[in-house]
Design a protein around this ligand. Sequence first.
Ligand SMILES: Cc1ncc(COP(=O)(O)O)c(C=O)c1O
Length: 363
Amino acid sequence: MTPEAPFIELRTDAFTQPTDEMIDLVRSMGYVYSDLARECPLTDELEALGAEMVGMEASILCPSGTLSNLLGLLTLGRPGSEVIVEADAHIYNRERGGISAIAQLVPRPVRGRRGVLTPEDIQPYIRHEPQARVVNPKWQWSILISRTSLVCIENPHNGVGNMVWNVEQTRAICKLAHSVGAAVFIDGARLLNSAVALNVPASELASPADGIALGLAKGLAAPVGSLFCGSREVVERARTLRQMLGGSMHRPAWLSAAGIIALKKMPERLRIDHENARLLAEQLGEIPGVKVDLEQVQTNTVLFEVTDASWTTETLVNALAERKIRIGSRGDRLFRVVTHHAIGEAQIGSFVSALRTILSSKR
Ligand SMILES: Cc1ncc(COP(=O)(O)O)c(C=O)c1O
């Protein structure tokens, strides 16, 4: 049985517990083989399934999204070159600087609108050969300039409330990047949320790019895992790098089995999570002193603001924690709640009513 949380967990879908089906399957498994020795059929199956879902040739299982992202940077970027990232991107802000410290890339942050970048946004920041040679060729001006080797997309964009990049937006960035010889990498920690929200196959969103980190352990509820997907050649290079970085696993079969269920069965659950997020947002919007932007609610995440300045982020988070409800914060009196398979109408009702009571206590 899926373990029940001793509280209502709304901070993130990264804390989801495996489903009953995953736990039962893992319990029933017999002898498992080493993936390091390439003898694990379940991991092969998971990697093939993930690659097919995103319309790429191959994929490789990583123990975290951070490692999967790092493999994207290492295989698709060139050391010493620039990588364009959205200013709030996870890969730039929340991965301990691996983008520079390990991948040796120079991040060029560009602010998008709700996490989405357009060709017009990034065009001024692209540095490529012809642009670098415009000046007097005798004066080797171009020798000063590190080129753009990579553009990173995050879909959906977590930092702004898991908002979605659609197919056209993705294609437009890929077209521009490819026209100047740069690759495109997608941080798809929750790509299937976007696919479900848009009602399109995940491959439509992913295949225009050169690589993607496809998360398994967020709303899809696998206990661990992210698949780094790309061409066969890129994924084989990633396999060597994963070993170098300590990310190869001897017996990931149990994780792979759960990952297969995550990819096959859980996307439909995401639809319910999205409906629940909308329900939650609508109910929050009815509480006096709470501001919610309903347009921001595209997937499973709701951002809301508490207008009464006598509350601080900390006092409100703590007041809810005392009632066994955990929510996330995103700044001064700005909060984040995320739906997932342990959150249904009952939990939403309890949270909304607790928040209403707490806020009214100060009026
Ligand atoms: C958009 C995004 N990318 C990457 C990651 C990193 O994933 P992990 O925590 O598995 O390393 C996260 C984690 O929450 C995320 O939200």
